[in-house]
Design a protein around this ligand. Structure first.
Ligand code: ATP
Length: 246
């Protein structure tokens, strides 16, 4: 049975000042999928995520989440609708403790949800990232890069998103830590029943956990398909996977 489309991006255009950087993007994500956005530097991947979550205004086209148009909805409201975004530079609160950063992730649910339930979810985050449990009273800004990434993901999960947007989760991390973070993305999809749209510099590792992928080049989708098809494509192999074809 075909899975329900959770995110539908239609002909989305975006600009910075006079320069158009997204030229009409069409893409969709089905419930329960992990979908990767690949592409070289400056292709428009971050801008597309920012358009979806309401940080960057679109200049044409539409974004629908669970059938509801969210194109011009503010970033604060989009979170309450069920879309959570972990930006490239993580943006955790450096002068708050790990635990307080996690509580902030649940802030918009506080009025509706029992505090005990949120405490249970925080325990689930600590189970997923034991190092955060050990550091729960440490200031966010003093964590290592990998620990900050874990905290940013944990905080995003506490808003109980049905769609999680992850921008370069392994950026700047030691290869093993980056790999571990991507393994956890798969666990998140399975255990938190969260659909994931992933931008990741490590195309090979991203494709290994993805169902499908889109390849962007200078603001346009140039290829889409199952992760397997994209992985086996000779253009992708030479441009993004480091394989040289003779
Ligand atoms: P990377 O992989 O390097 O992070 P990306 O695929 O995420 O790149 P974007 O960051 O979305 O690409 O950038 C798309 C284009 O928009 C690039 O040409 C970039 O220079 C431009 N751009 C991004 N942010 C701004 C900004 N704040 N002001 C002006 N131009 C911008």
């Amino acid at each position: 049975m075909a899975r329900k489309t959770i995110l539908n991006v239609k002909n989305v255009k975006a600009r910075y000042g006079p320069i158009e950087v997204l030229h009409g993007i069409d893409m969709n994500v089905a419930e329960g999928e992990i979908v990767s956005l690949l592409g070289s530097n400056g292709a428009g991947k971050t801008t597309l995520l920012n358009c979806i979550c309401g940080i960057h205004g679109t200049k044409g086209g539409s974004v629908e989440f669970e059938g509801q148009e969210i194109t011009l909805v503010s970033a604060e409201k989009v979170v309450t609708l069920g879309v959570s975004h972990v930006p490239e530079r993580r943006q955790i609160f450096s002068t708050l403790t790990v635990e307080d950063n996690l509580w902030l992730g649940a802030s918009h649910r506080m009025r509706k949800v029992n505090k005990k339930e949120i405490l249970r979810e925080i325990d689930d985050i600590y189970e997923m990232f034991p190092i955060l449990a050990q550091r729960k009273w440490q200031m966010g800004g003093t964590l290592s890069g990998g620990q900050q990434q874990m905290l940013a993901i944990g905080r995003a999960l506490l808003s109980r998103p049905r769609l999680l947007l992850l921008d370069e989760p392994s950026l700047g991390l030691a290869p093993l830590i980056g790999k571990k973070i991507l393994e956890i993305v798969e666990e998140i999809r399975n255990q938190w029943e969260t659909t994931v749209l992933l931008v990741e510099q490590n195309a090979r590792a991203a494709l290994a956990i993805s169902d499908r992928a889109y390849v962007l080049n200078t603001g346009s989708v140039i290829m889409e398909g199952s992760a397997k098809e994209i992985m086996n494509d000779s253009r992708v192999q030479s441009a993004y996977l480091g394989k040289i074809h003779t």
